[in-house]
Design a protein around this ligand. Structure first.
Ligand SMILES: Cc1ncc(COP(=O)(O)O)c(C=O)c1O
Length: 426
């Protein structure tokens, strides 16, 4: 029965029952965590044999122990290009993580401009940046750190609301960029539709130096290898639409091998790649080539990578299923929440009734279950409706997840009943 159809007496009865259940949970002294989008130990163990690889010489004879090779060993470029589904000559292999490439990319545009001869963003007054919401807090944090004005754009099941995006970029030259996670987005697990990808590539922008920050962090992170989402090739779409330098594409093996010790890469149009290499040449002599060789030797090629991802999927799928089944069983008929059931990535996105996300997160915490802070999925940590909560099922063992998800549902129910009662009494 939908909570909104219940009368006061029914709601009060439910409140009493739920409160007792909640107090019983508190006595258990739980300490569970559903906040961290990290691989579990079992997933990390999958890549452990990689550390036994002692290869030091690249296919072309380069001694990987020594200085040099600014943009990555040829085999590492080939591997990362296959992984990110882009041509080899559009790729620069970087270091251990993609977030710092994103930061450097913003910094480069800010200090030097996006291409030779383009005015640096720092000299163009106020800079505005589009943030599809809910989204990834660290993306928003990067552009917030530069003092940009962050503009919320609602997500739809097909990706960012493209009518809103097109309108915002069309006449305002201060809008310089947008954050995108095109496949299995953080936190909704949304896969951009082909139409969204094409509109993003083709839309006219008032700023000639507008860039799309295309963070394809979860491009091979399927939960079921027989049901893999695909999206159009953004680099090719941008080139075909006459905007070859629009995309900044990022990827990493953080959640494939080891977070913080993976391999990250950047892909972009031909002028951008030339320009970035030139600027990089004063920043580094080259990244960790031994790690590049380890990754290439461990996976071989894209097929090897996908075989490895199938093992990740086997570990992650039961966890996502557990959470999805619990939410459906406990909340499915009540009409007090909605949530996503992604086919890949690391997160699920959950919406309470407006005004309850902070309360639910606090109630869970009090009973021993840590969730991502409410508001974290919005720029400046401010969810205007206080309703979105990011669920991260990857880390805890499935039996802990069961308890955490049940307690979470209990808190959602109790907070919703309290709200409806307060509204009836107002
Ligand atoms: C969308 C997205 N991009 C990037 C990252 C971090 O990537 P890296 O470890 O390569 O810096 C994360 C981590 O959660 C993420 O969710």
């Amino acid at each position: 029965m939908r909570l909104s159809a219940m009368n006061t007496a029914e709601l009060q009865k439910m409140q009493a029952e739920l409160t007792k259940e909640y107090e019983d949970y508190k006595k258990l002294g739980l300490s569970l965590n559903m906040s961290r989008g990290k691989p579990s130990k079992a997933q990390l163990d999958l890549s452990l044999p990689m550390l036994d690889i002692k290869q030091t010489t690249a296919a072309d004879g380069t001694d990987a122990r020594n200085y040099g090779v600014l943009d990555g060993l040829p085999e590492a470029k080939r591997f990362m290009a296959e992984f990110m589904s882009v041509p080899e000559d559009s790729v620069i292999v970087f270091g251990n993580s993609s977030l710092n490439i994103m930061y450097d990319t913003v910094m480069r545009a800010y200090v030097f401009g996006v291409l030779p001869g383009e005015k640096p963003w720092k000299d163009q007054g106020k800079i505005k940046f589009l943030c599809p919401v809910p989204g990834y807090d660290r993306h928003f944090g990067v552009t917030e750190a530069f003092g940009f004005e962050l503009i919320n754009v609602p997500m739809t099941p097909q990706g960012p609301d493209m009518d809103a995006v097109e309108k915002l970029v069309k006449d305002d030259p201060q809008v310089k960029g947008i954050w995108c996670v095109p496949k299995y987005s953080n936190p909704e697990g949304c896969v951009y539709s082909a139409a969204t990808v094409r509109r993003m590539a083709a839309m006219p922008t008032a700023a000639a130096d507008f860039r799309v920050f295309w963070d394809n962090a979860y491009c091979v992170h399927h939960l079921d290898m027989d049901d893999q989402a695909e999206i159009p090739d953004f680099l090719a779409e941008c080139a075909a639409a006459g905007h070859p330098e629009r995309p900044y594409i990022f990827g990493s093996t953080s959640k494939i091998t080891f977070p913080g010790a993976g391999l990250a890469a950047f892909a972009a149009g031909p002028e951008t790649i030339k320009y970035v290499k030139k600027l990089m040449s004063v920043q580094t002599i080259g990244h960790d080539k031994l790690n590049q060789l380890r990754h290439v030797a461990f996976f071989g090629d894209r097929a090897g990578l996908l075989r490895h991802m199938a093992k990740h999927a086997d570990i992650l799928r039961p966890k996502f299923q557990m959470v999805a089944e619990t939410l459906q069983r406990e909340l499915g008929d009540l009409g007090c929440a909605d949530w996503t059931t992604p086919k890949g990535g690391y997160f699920m996105s959950f919406n309470t009734m407006p005004g309850l996300a902070k309360r639910v997160v606090a109630m869970c915490k009090e009973a021993g279950v840590e969730l991502t802070g409410a508001g974290a999925t919005y720029p400046y940590g401010k969810d205007p409706e206080d309703k979105n909560i990011r669920l991260a099922p990857s880390m805890p063992p499935v039996e802990d997840l069961k308890v955490a998800a049940e307690l979470f549902c209990l808190c959602v129910k109790l907070a919703s009943v309290e709200k409806l009662l307060a509204e009836k009494q107002a």
